[in-house]
Design a protein around this ligand. Structure first.
Ligand code: ATP
Length: 255
């Protein structure tokens, strides 16, 4: 199967420290891949290299066979790579539905001209409603964004990201900073996005137990290097992973 996204010998050094070190990674379309690893393993840096926030010292990022290593984050978004924190345009005083509709509209490249484009406006709103139900936020459609609880804000961010219709969705610890009671709701959303199909999802997560049943494959980063890559079962049974990652070096208290 042709990979949708892959990296070749992807490497970045900050001064003397190599944060991502020669990573070869391949993800087929519609695959769910998780990236795990202890604090400082290079997971977020790796995402920054995929989304274009950072340029590698060496190596390549390929999207559907095209070398995108030199493209800006915006150009990569246009080509179908969506990353959660790229959403900076949540309007706090607008409702949840209005925010998502504007995101849908921005992709369609149409300005807010309600009377002129009344039929289209309705289509945008319907699309926004669909996305809200996908992220289990339809009951908050008329809530003002700034009044949402933390977990709900995270869902809104995911909804706005989905409005951009990314083929590859990069989720960097979507449950970070969340209270334990909010975690299952976000996991449910991720499961629904996966079940919705037609999207490749790459998820960074600290908590291994959280991602085992979601993932088609799991990649383990350790000191910037790819320590292992395989099915969740293979990773759980991998002795190197067990000793390096599960065997005490893993700091579960941070982030
Ligand atoms: N811009 C930068 N300049 C210098 N060093 C950096 C920079 N970004 C990351 N690093 C270093 O690269 C290493 C990898 O960091 P990174 O944030 O990618 O790890 P991580 O696996 O995402 O960790 P965490 O799970 O704590 O988020 C760390 O040692 C970090 O200090």
């Amino acid at each position: 199967m042709n990979p949708i996204i892959e990296t070749k010998n992807l490497t970045i050094a900050f001064g003397g420290h190599t944060a991502v070190d020669g990573v070869n990674f391949t993800v087929p379309a519609n695959h769910f891949k998780s990236i795990i690893g202890p604090n400082g393993a290079g997971k977020t840096t790796f995402f920054n290299l995929l989304s274009g926030q950072l340029s590698p010292t060496k190596g390549k990022v390929m999207l559907k066979g095209e070398d995108i290593t030199k493209l800006s984050p915006t150009a990569r978004t246009r080509k179908g790579i969506g990353r959660s924190f790229q959403i900076t345009n949540v309007f706090p005083n607008l409702t949840v539905l209005e925010n998502v509709r504007l995101a849908v509209q921005s992709v369609a490249g149409v300005r807010y001209q309600m009377f002129k484009h009344f039929r289209k406006y309705r289509q945008f709103e319907e699309k926004a409603q669909e996305i809200l139900s996908l992220v289990l936020l339809e009951n908050k459609a008329s809530a003002v964004a700034k009044n949402l609880a933390h977990g709900e804000k995270r869902k809104l961010e995911i909804a706005m990201l989905l409005a951009l219709e990314p083929e590859v969705l990069l989720l960097d610890e979507p449950t970070a900073g969340m209270s334990l009671e909010d975690v299952p709701a976000i996991l449910e959303v991720i499961k629904k996005i996966k079940a919705d199909g037609n999207r490749t999802i790459i998820l960074i997560e600290h908590k291994m137990d959280m991602i085992l049943d979601l993932s088609d494959s799991v990649m383990v980063l350790f000191n910037g290097r790819l320590l292992a890559d395989g099915t969740p079962e293979e990773i759980m049974n991998n002795e190197t992973v067990q000793s390096a990652y599960l065997g005490g070096l893993y700091d579960d208290t941070a982030s």
